[in-house]
Design a protein around this ligand. Structure first.
Ligand SMILES: Nc1nc2c(ncn2[C@@H]2O[C@H](COP(=O)(O)OP(=O)(O)OP(=O)(O)O)[C@@H](O)[C@H]2O)c(=O)[nH]1
Ligand SMILES: [Mg+2]
Length: 219
């Protein structure tokens, strides 16, 4: 659950990028990092092995002020390799929202499905089954990509988003869509808008003031 300090007027939100092995979770985070202005981002922590597989998690902290409030966004990725199941659960705990990064390759359908199942299992045991989850199909540049119109939406209502994170495409739309959903769910629980006088649009504007939204990323 979001940490809200009413005295300090400080809101801390945690979002997690989850998905099968090598679907591009860390690549999303790296692309995001390059789009956050220097003053508002903390150090990008990549905890990986020598061959770039995430070992524990990656973390990108983003800090900014808006409407007299101090925001701390913590963006995590989980390690995708099967052996790190316990680590994924730890990283998920306390999350306010999840971006599920599916692999667009037709060969990875089963890996996507298994990862989705493990996500829902963890969310259930952590009591987080109501947090928002957005689905991103990454690697849209692959020749064997699945059609988005017929691709598994998993249990989500929204149509999946597409991305080619290695080219920085689709990374910001996924991030912003996730934050919109997170804001709505926390606002519904904690009446942030009413208590602090900030709307979702105000929050979104503040985020995009620090996380660059060039035209290239909007499409
Ligand atoms: N073709 C293609 N390759 C991509 C894309 N995004 C990431 N990759 C590549 O996929 C590989 C895995 O990317 P990572 O970001 O490390 O994947 P991950 O999901 O963090 O992997 P784990 O941490 O091991 O679960 C790397 O070689 C990336 O360059 C993409 O959009 N298209
Ligand atoms: Mg990784």
């Amino acid at each position: 659950m979001a940490q809200v300090d009413f005295n300090e007027r400080q809101i801390t939100l945690k979002v997690v990028y989850y998905g099968p092995p090598r679907s591009g979770k860390t690549t999303n985070l790296k692309a995001l990092h390059t789009r956050v202005d220097d003053l508002n981002r903390g150090r990008l922590m990549l905890l990986d092995t020598r061959d770039d597989r995430t070992l524990f998690f990656d973390l990108l902290p983003i800090f900014f002020r808006a409407s007299g409030l101090s925001f701390r966004l913590k963006v995590y990725t989980v390690p995708g390799q099967p052996m790190h199941e316990a680590t994924r659960r730890v990283v998920l705990s306390g999350a306010d929202g999840v971006a599920f990064v599916a692999d667009s390759s037709a060969a990875q359908l089963e890996a996507n499905r298994q990862s989705w199942q493990s996500l829902t299992r963890h969310l259930g045991t952590l009591g987080l089954e109501r947090i928002p989850v957005v689905v991103q199909y990454n690697k849209r540049d692959l020749p064997d990509k699945v059609e988005l119109s017929t691709a598994d939406r998993f249990a989500t209502v929204d149509p999946p988003l597409e991305a080619t994170a290695s080219e920085g495409k689709g990374v910001l739309p996924t991030f912003f869509t996730l934050l919109d959903r997170v804001w709505d769910s926390i606002d519904a629980d904690m009446q942030l808008g009413q208590r602090f006088g900030i709307t979702r649009a105000g929050f979104r504007e503040a985020v995009s003031g620090h996380v660059g939204a060039g035209p290239r990323d909007i499409v």
